[in-house]
Design a protein around this ligand. Structure first.
Ligand SMILES: Cc1cc2nc3c(=O)[nH]c(=O)nc-3n(C[C@H](O)[C@H](O)[C@H](O)COP(=O)(O)OP(=O)(O)OC[C@H]3O[C@@H](n4cnc5c(N)ncnc54)[C@H](O)[C@@H]3O)c2cc1C
Length: 436
């Protein structure tokens, strides 16, 4: 996989709104190890496949992420070209201007991402090589104990147990090679602001369970806090169903989703914690959840675009409704269920919702109201700070009875509220205004 041509620049095109795993990705370490001249390109996109709304909280997190990425790359003398709008046009211009012969990118497989790449390729000479790498997993796709993606089991436990037994997670490679100064070209591009993008400036909601900022350094800071300073990791399984506060769970998902940190980095940090501080069910459980993340990626590799179809991967037929008023009430948090309402208000105001909340509002939408589950998934896609195509659509299918839940469970919302918010603290936090 070496494409170096002396004195030629190589372009690493960073895909869509995803940023890069700066120090830990295979592509990045490979490029830095083998090439002497590199430029990075980022297509700044806030629009997502099924988005109903462009979220200002999501966009702000992305702006912060890219700001940090730009300055971290600068230290390595790597320029970051940032464009909004049509990525195809910008790429072909960059390729011409800088005599690029190879484009490196993370391999994506879902429909819209494939279409974007096809459009990009159509606009540039066929002599330009494209190097795509599957680079977002805990268990590397070449290591999984299955002959092909079609053999991925439909039940998570089967997948987890076999992988845990047979695969070693790859080590993290940290390369801090600094390129020559001449590599740091002037880009003449700028990171957009919220107002450039016609979004209003805002202050983070003081009630937010995710008051953090975007960027690799912030992700590492969060690990330092959650693992090493407070040792909350040692209690993770006991607290992970929480609803209020910053530390009931790791809160690493928004950084994971945009590539600021990798699942492998987190895995090896857990392992170090287990060696140096404590190893218990709680520490293991964070890895268990990271395996869920991988699982949904493999499910989507297996079933491809079926994850967006109404029958899901089971091709199930239900009598789905698309009632406008139900959608409005669910989104605004004015349904008959206060627990659902509190969670939906939290999402609208902060871009965050706990895992417990997500399961409940999804079950209520799809199984209680029997509304087309894809509308719910699309709304989450618009709003979530940690939106990840595979985790979102995979979990939505799971909770809507068209995915990988062998038990096809429906949540009793009132009972869930009693169990997880018995004192009503969470509901008061988000519903106070509407109560008085
Ligand atoms: C309907 C629905 C939609 C969801 N959409 C997304 C999404 O778009 N993006 C996303 O990252 N997660 C999604 N999740 C999964 C989960 O809710 C979040 O990953 C989790 O709440 C993030 O908080 P945390 O980082 O504190 O997680 P922790 O509890 O600290 O877990 C650590 C990591 O494990 C992974 N993880 C945990 N639970 C799950 C899960 N159920 N599925 C997949 N990975 C998991 C995440 O990467 C998470 O950061 C969704 C869940 C549901 C029920």
């Amino acid at each position: 996989m070496i494409y170096t041509r002396k004195n030629k620049r190589e372009l690493r095109y960073v895909w869509s709104s995803k940023t890069i795993l700066l120090r830990h990705s295979y592509i990045h370490s490979h490029i830095l190890r083998t090439l002497s001249s590199v430029l990075y390109h980022l297509y700044f996109s806030t629009s997502k496949r099924h988005s109903i709304i462009v979220s200002k909280t999501f966009t702000q997190f992305l702006i912060e992420t890219i700001t940090q990425l730009e300055s971290n790359l600068k230290v390595l003398n790597i320029p970051l070209f940032i464009y909004t709008g049509d990525s195809g046009a910008h790429i072909s211009q960059l390729i011409k201007e800088h005599e690029i012969d190879t484009v490196y990118l993370q391999k994506e497989w879902t429909r819209d991402e494939n279409n974007i790449l096809a459009n990009v390729k159509a606009g540039i000479p066929s002599t330009i090589a494209f190097e795509e790498t599957l680079d977002q997993f805990l268990f590397h796709p070449e290591d999984i104990p299955y002959p092909n993606f079609n053999a991925i089991p439909e039940v998570f436990t089967n997948f987890r147990k076999k992988c845990e037994k047979q695969i070693s997670v790859l080590p993290c490679i940290r390369i801090d090679k600094i390129l020559p100064k001449e590599n740091l070209l002037k880009t003449n591009t700028e990171i957009p602001t919220l107002s450039h993008l016609n979004l209003e400036e805002f202050n983070t909601d003081t009630r937010s369970a995710f008051p953090f900022h975007g960027g690799e350094n912030e992700a590492l800071k969060r690990i330092t806090h959650y693992f090493w300073e407070t040792k909350k990791l040692a209690f993770y399984k006991k607290t992970r169903n929480g609803l209020v506060g910053n530390d009931y769970s790791s809160k690493l998902s928004p950084w994971l989703a945009n590539g600021s940190i990798s699942a492998r980095t987190i895995y090896w940090e857990v392992k170090r914690f287990e060696k140096e501080v404590k190893k218990n069910q709680d520490t293991y459980w964070l890895i268990f959840e990271l395996i869920w993340r991988d699982y949904f990626k493999y499910v989507s590799l297996k079933h491809q675009n079926s994850i967006f179809k109404i029958g899901g991967i089971l091709d199930k037929e239900y009598d789905w409704h698309t009632t406008k008023i139900a959608r409005k009430e669910w989104i605004n948090g004015s349904t008959r269920e206060p627990f659902v309402n509190a969670n939906m208000k939290e999402l609208a105001n902060t871009g965050w919702m706990s895992n417990r909340g997500r399961q409940n509002v999804a079950s209520f939408w799809a199984k209680e109201l029997k509304q087309d589950w894809r509308i719910g998934a699309a709304y989450f896609e618009s709003m979530l700070l940690d939106y990840d195509v595979h985790s979102n659509w995979g979990n939505w299918m799971y909770n809507s009875g068209v995915g990988n839940d062998p038990r096809d469970r429906k949540f009793n919302i009132a009972r869930q509220a009693d169990m997880y918010d018995g004192q009503g603290k969470f509901q008061r936090l988000w519903l106070q205004d509407s109560l008085f």
